[in-house]
Design a protein around this ligand. Structure first.
Ligand SMILES: Cc1cc2nc3c(=O)[nH]c(=O)nc-3n(C[C@H](O)[C@H](O)[C@H](O)COP(=O)(O)OP(=O)(O)OC[C@H]3O[C@@H](n4cnc5c(N)ncnc54)[C@H](O)[C@@H]3O)c2cc1C
Length: 544
């Protein structure tokens, strides 16, 4: 711990004024950003600019101040007691003014709750749809907060969502960033987890934490009963129709639940095999074949490499450019600076620092990382573009940092596939869309015909809001609007600027409807924030 010793330390003076001054008008720089996660409202929000901050900041901020750490020359981490409980905060101070403030509810005020049986489905306060990493982590958090919940999973076994993916799939993220809440991966776990091992881990996770999961249980429809503020939910379990009545439902159905296959003329005429990337398992059955892969991002590359290894000849059809991020760049610049084991930081501390960075600053960070990467990896990128491959770093240069949060698409984390492209083992046709499909192949926009024996659609997945349309109705989906994206105004993420991922882990425009999702690190971090919101709602309802 590194406590500032001098009482004239500008950071200490700032914190003291933040807690005590009224109003704190000159404490924030003109362009300051304040990100608040449940400290002052039951929402995840970002406020940009002094006047927006001062408008949102309440009169009474809190008391019982503790200085935790002078984190860097300009940053200070402190905690105080606020209306919702214990708040942890990070402030970045320059010339006596705050340019960045993050306030986070760390420990909710305890409230006595009436006794309930968390295992009773019909008393569930929360019904979670989907027992992937998102649903399970949220269930674990809710259990810890004493909120009864049930997780419905359509697959026969927990973990099938990973088991059913292609055989060669190994997670890109290292184990040290992937731990789920309450149960860390063991020390001897491989750095990069093979997909079946991930599936088995999720199954063990649910068992060890005694989570209330119903498998073979498909949620088929849900309607909100306004009068009683309850969701009437229909499900099919083991061939029987069942129903639930719950105040809150959480969509934890992932973004890869249903395949997105573009409607292309002539599809039915094709003589060979056609499939979506989600059903691809291995290249074994494609040996000796020419395979056209429509798409050129993560799955397309992984599948193409696997096909080459099985003696097939893949061609990527790349309609628009792809951001390629070498795995080493991803690890060394994006994950390791906060989470790398060499820092000896606790996961909780790394998570706190991770979310203390607002979107604008993340974008800036992304631009700096990929400006440097383009210089350091110049030869590699040059070789790749020499093949005709269309490369980008996102419109603003922020690379995967921007793209992941905007649309979670348009990139390839390169674990070797780019070299296959450079070496000509994977062919690429660039800048052309598919015009139609013929019995023997694909006609491209420029009327060039690509003969092939099989077609794989690596064209992505339906959106989360589409799930709402399918399971509830279109009106509710329209009311909620987009999920994910923060209004950057760039490709796949139209404005207005929101500064937080839309509808994710926070209240949505529809009462009692929530979304949980993300990669393993996000799931660990945000399951806690969502559980605290649901716990707050649950407690309020119990008091009535
Ligand atoms: C090919 C591929 C490779 C990936 N590689 C990586 C990687 O290397 N590293 C990484 O961190 N992430 C990776 N991801 C991304 C991400 O981590 C996963 O998509 C992750 O599975 C998301 O977890 P989730 O729990 O939100 O959703 P999912 O894992 O999709 O789980 C959703 C669950 O909901 C269930 N469900 C859906 N509808 C219903 C219904 N109506 N009723 C009941 N149950 C329902 C599904 O059966 C499923 O089990 C990859 C994704 C894909 C597709």
């Amino acid at each position: 711990m590194n406590l500032p010793s001098k009482s004239n330390d500008p950071r200490l003076r700032w914190v003291d004024a933040f807690i005590n001054a009224d109003p704190p008008s000159n404490l924030f720089a003109e362009h300051a950003i304040w990100r608040d996660y449940l400290a002052f409202s039951w929402d995840l929000q970002s406020f940009e600019g002094r006047s927006a901050i001062l408008q949102a900041l309440p009169h009474h901020r809190g008391d019982d101040l503790t200085i935790i750490e002078a984190h860097t020359a300009h940053e200070i981490i402190f905690s105080f007691h606020g209306t919702h409980g214990r708040i942890k905060a990070l402030a970045e101070i320059h010339d006596g003014q705050c340019v960045r403030l993050f306030t986070s509810l760390e420990q909710m005020k305890p409230r006595p709750l009436p006794k309930t049986d968390a295992q009773e489905a019909d008393k569930a306060g929360v019904l979670i749809i989907g027992a992937g990493q998102s649903g399970l982590a949220l269930a674990a958090q809710l259990q810890a907060y004493g909120v009864p919940c049930l997780v419905a999973e359509q697959n026969p076994r927990i973990g099938d969502n990973w088991r059913n993916r292609y055989d060669s799939l190994i997670l890109h993220d290292p184990v040290w960033v992937n731990h789920l809440p309450f149960k860390a991966f063991p020390d001897d776990w491989p750095t990069f987890t093979p997909k079946d091992k991930m599936g088995d881990w999720l199954e063990d996770y649910a068992k060890d934490l005694t989570l209330n999961v119903q498998c073979n249980c498909t949620i088929t429809a849900a309607q909100f009963d306004e009068a009683n503020a309850l969701w009437q939910v229909q499900a099919e379990q083991d061939g029987k129709s069942i129903s639930y009545s719950v105040p809150h439902i959480v969509f934890a159905v992932g973004t890869s639940g249903f395949a997105h296959i573009p409607q292309i003329e002539g599809t039915a005429s094709f003589k060979g095999q056609q499939s979506h990337s989600s059903t691809y398992r291995s290249g074994a059955s494609f040996a000796g074949q020419s395979v056209a892969i429509i798409g050129a991002t993560n799955s397309a590359h992984d599948i193409a490499v696997d096909l080459v290894k099985h003696g097939a000849k893949p061609t990527l059809i790349q309609r628009s450019s792809t951001h390629v991020v070498p795995h080493k760049v991803y690890l060394d610049n994006i994950l390791a600076p906060l989470y790398g084991p060499e820092h000896n930081r606790t996961l909780a501390d790394a998570d706190f620092l991770s979310v203390a960075t607002p979107m604008r600053h993340l974008e800036e960070k992304g631009r700096a990382i990929f400006k440097k990467a383009q210089q350091e990896w110049h030869g590699f990128y040059q070789s790749l573009t020499n093949t005709g491959f269309a490369l980008d770093f996102a419109e603003d240069g922020s690379g995967i940092i921007g793209k992941y949060r905007r649309s979670a698409s348009g990139y390839y984390i390169d674990v070797g596939g780019a070299q296959y492209v450079i070496d000509g083992k994977i062919s690429v046709i660039t800048g052309k869309g598919v015009k139609d499909i013929t019995p023997s192949g694909i006609t491209l926009d420029d009327d060039h015909h690509l003969a092939c024996d099989a077609i794989i659609y690596a064209t992505g997945f339906g959106s989360m809001e589409e799930w709402v349309s399918r399971l509830i109705n279109k009106d509710t989906a329209d009311k909620i609007g987009r999920c994910w994206g923060y209004g950057s105004g760039y490709r796949g993420d139209p404005g207005p600027w929101e500064g937080e991922l839309r509808n994710m882990w926070k209240p949505t425009p529809q009462q009692g409807l929530w979304f949980m999702g993300g990669n393993l690190a996000q799931v660990r971090i945000y399951s806690r924030y969502l559980a605290m919101q649901l716990s707050h709602n649950y407690q309020e309802a119990q008091q009535q």
